[in-house]
Every structure is written in structure tokens, then in C-alpha cells.
Design a protein around this ligand. Structure first.
Ligand code: NAD
Ligand code: GLY
Length: 367
């Protein structure tokens, strides 16, 4: 078995490592020893992931001498909801978790965000470990400490920064992930190449690799570097991780959670941001086409026919107004002057956005 690979996330007293280890889930108990976790662990998962990996993780926790408690929520974005938190908080209290005990998130980004916020709020903050099982969670949501839930008005509008003590990525869990979910994770991988590493982006031109290890590693390295320089998103650097998200989040919200997977909505948002980069910053059209082809090669959608419906357009515009990153009702856009470089701007007019909505209602080649 290859040795686990460790990527440090340097955040002073909140530093931790992201450990990429095939079969890492069966070694969770030893890893809890390494971070000196307390005597109780609450495992939070969704029903699908729990049925695949929950028992093995519980056995590993118990083999380390700890008491393990387990609770599940239904799979899917709808579980990232405020109404879920009350019963989960009561579950932690009834299980007698104290300040030194650990909340362990086993699952995709929905579980990581929900369990992370649970850990941030219970007793004003308890230790938290991420065991991401979807590609999207491995490369993005498990690293960096953004936790939270959605409101009907918009995505991730309630939350807290709460860094995990450890992230354990067991790449073997990707074997059970559906091809559609794997594609959705590729949207965030492609994003990293576009904002920070042109050769990495170009390596993704032919679609998903057989071995996900190297792309997970490079994605986590880029995220760890950005987060360690701008943990609380104050300098604008961390905002670049939201390339494609200004419109992507609004599409996800307007279509109704579950219609587009998060990564699918981001793919459409990346296409829009690439065209806007051409219009505003002169990103060569050949690069825009390459971006579209790279997204398509990973099985990602490039358009949303629903956007031709005036009601959906109105909903997208309202969702954009509620974007967390909007200041004074003005959205912040991440654009590419060149592949691998970013500019953050709020100089995007309503006419520009309307033109983008017409663009994303239509497949490439027809616009
Ligand atoms: P998800 O958690 O809903 O997981 C996707 C689906 O895959 C679920 O049905 C789940 O049961 C299933 N699944 C997960 N792992 C599996 C496995 N190994 N085998 C079989 N099935 C498996 O969604 P996601 O795409 O992982 O995450 C999306 C969420 O992440 C969104 O809510 C998004 O806002 C959030 N996110 C957060 C951050 C952050 O920085 N906190 C970053 C990006 C995305
Ligand atoms: N996914 C964006 C961030 O972590 O900042």
C-alpha cells in the first residue's frame, strides 16, 4: 500500500494536515490518537454513505478505546438545513459529548458543511474531523473550515469558520461514487487549474483520470496555500476560490436544490465567467473554447435550458442579490485575464449579467 501523503494547512494554532491514504477510513482510530482526540466521537453521516462505510469507521473508532455514537441524515442538499441542526445538537447533548470530544463528518460536502457547523455551535465549538467521501468534498469542502447550512433565500447564508483538526481522504471510497457525482467534483478540480495552475488545467483536457490521487493532491495543495494566506477571506485571495460560483450558486438555488448538483451548477458558472473574462479582460476566445471542452470532457453540463424561462431568470437575479459575497447589492466576480491568473471585480453591469443568462440558456456553438 502506498504511504499516506500529508499536505499541511498552515494556520498557526489551527494548523492541521490533510492525509490522503487509501484505506484511511479503517485507520481512523489511530489517527484520532495522533490528534489526541477526547474519549467520545459522534459520527455524522448521510444514510447512503453510512450504509457503505459507517460500520467500518465505528469499528475503527471503538478499536482506539473511544466511545462512538452515530447519527445519519437523508442524503442530498436538502439536509443542509437549519431545521436539521436542533435534533443533531440534542443528539450530541444526549450522547454526553464534552468540549474535548470530537464530531466526525463522514460523507460529501453536505455532511462536512452540516457537521462542521454543528461542531462550531455545540458548546461554542468542539473539535471536528473531516472524512470526505465525494470527490468534491475531498478536493474542496473538507479543507479550509467553511461550515454552514442553506436558507430558502440562498446557499450557505448561515455558518461559521471552524477548521477541522484533521482531514482523512480515503481515495478508495471514490469507487462507489456515481459517475455523475465524480463529474461534479471535477468542476472544482478544473477551477483550481483555471485560477492557479495553467499546466494543471491543461492536464485535465482529456477528462477524468483513472487515478484520482494526483489531482486530489494538487487541488488540496492549491486550496491549502490559499486558505493559509487568507483564512477569513479578507484580502480577496480566498475569494478567487469562488471562480464560477457567482452565477453557479444562483443557478443551483433558482433551479431548486437537487436539480443541478453543486459541481454541475459551478460548471455552467465557470463557462459564464470564462466568456465574461473574454469580454472584459480579453481572455482569448481559444482559451474560452478550451475551458468549455475541458468541462465537457469530464461530463459536465455547459448550459441550463431552464434559464430561457423568464421566471427562472428572475429567480437567478434575486439569488445573486443574496450572494454572501455581494456588497451593497453589487456582486463580486472572479475573472481570468489569462488561464492560471485571476482578477476580482465588481464592474459587471446588469446588461452583462443578462447577456450571460442568454449565453448559459444555450449550448456552446449555438450562441
Ligand atoms: P453530497 O454531500 O450531497 O454528496 C453527493 C452524493 O454522493 C450524496 O448522495 C452522497 O450520499 C453520495 N456519496 C458521497 N460519497 C459517496 C461515496 N463514496 N460512495 C457513494 N456515494 C457517496 O454533495 P457534494 O457534492 O459532496 O458536496 C456539495 C456540497 O458541498 C454543497 O452543499 C456545497 O455548497 C458544499 N461545498 C462546500 C465548500 C466549503 O468550502 N465548505 C466548498 C465546496 C462545496
Ligand atoms: N469553497 C470556497 C472556499 O473554501 O473558500
Amino acid at each position: 500500500m502506498p504511504a499516506p501523503l500529508e499536505i499541511p494547512v498552515a494556520l498557526g494554532p489551527r494548523s492541521y494536515v490533510v492525509r490522503i491514504a487509501p484505506k484511511g477510513l479503517t485507520m481512523i482510530g489511530c489517527q484520532l490518537n495522533e490528534i489526541k482526540a477526547g474519549p467520545k466521537v459522534a459520527l455524522i453521516s448521510d444514510e447512503s454513505v453510512h450504509s457503505l462505510y459507517g460500520e467500518a469507521v465505528l469499528a475503527s473508532i471503538r478499536s482506539s478505546g473511544r466511545e462512538a455514537y452515530s447519527i445519519t441524515v437523508p442524503p442530498g442538499e436538502a439536509s443542509k438545513d437549519l431545521a436539521r441542526l436542533g435534533p443533531l445538537l440534542s443528539f450530541l447533548a444526549r450522547s454526553g459529548l464534552g468540549r474535548k470530544d470530537t464530531v466526525l463528518a463522514l460523507g460529501g460536502g453536505v455532511i462536512g458543511d452540516l457537521a462542521g457547523f454543528l461542531a462550531a455551535s455545540y458548546l461554542r465549538g468542539v473539535p471536528f474531523v473531516q472524512a470526505p467521501t465525494s470527490l468534491l468534498a475531498m478536493v474542496d469542502s473538507s479543507v479550509g473550515g467553511k461550515t454552514g447550512v442553506n436558507l430558502p433565500e440562498g446557499k450557505n447564508l448561515v455558518g461559521a469558520f471552524h477548521q477541522p483538526r484533521l482531514v482523512v481522504i480515503d481515495t478508495e471510497t471514490l469507487a462507489t461514487l456515481t459517475p455523475r457525482e465524480r463529474s461534479a467534483g471535477m468542476a472544482e478540480v478544473i477551477k483550481y487549474g483555471l485560477i492557479a495552475d495553467a499546466p494543471f488545467f491543461r492536464s485535465l483536457r482529456h477528462g477524468m483520470p483513472e487515478d484520482f490521487g494526483p489531482i486530489i493532491r494538487r487541488s488540496v495543495e492549491i486550496k491549502a496555500e490559499v486558505v493559509s494566506k487568507d483564512e477569513f477571506e479578507t484580502t480577496g485571495l480566498r475569494a478567487t476560490l469562488n471562480f464560477g460560483h457567482t452565477l453557479g450558486h444562483a443557478i443551483e438555488n433558482a433551479a431548486g436544490y437537487g436539480v443541478f448538483l453543486h459541481g454541475e451548477a459551478i460548471s455552467i458558472g465557470i463557462r459564464a465567467a470564462a466568456h465574461l473574462s473574454h469580454k472584459k479582460l480579453g481572455l482569448p476566445l481559444a482559451d474560452v473554447r478550451e475551458i468549455e471542452a475541458t468541462l465537457a470532457a469530464s461530463g459536465l453540463p455547459l448550459h441550463a435550458p431552464q434559464v430561457s424561462d423568464p421566471l427562472t431568470r428572475t429567480k437567478i437575479l434575486s439569488a445573486m442579490k443574496l450572494d454572501k459575497k455581494a456588497e451593497g447589492g453589487v456582486n463580486r466576480w472572479i475573472l481570468l485575464p489569462a488561464i492560471g491568473q485571476t482578477v476580482v471585480t465588481d464592474h459587471v453591469s446588469l446588461d452583462d449579467v443578462e447577456a450571460l443568462l442568454s449565453l448559459i440558456a444555450t449550448p456552446p456553438g449555438q450562441f
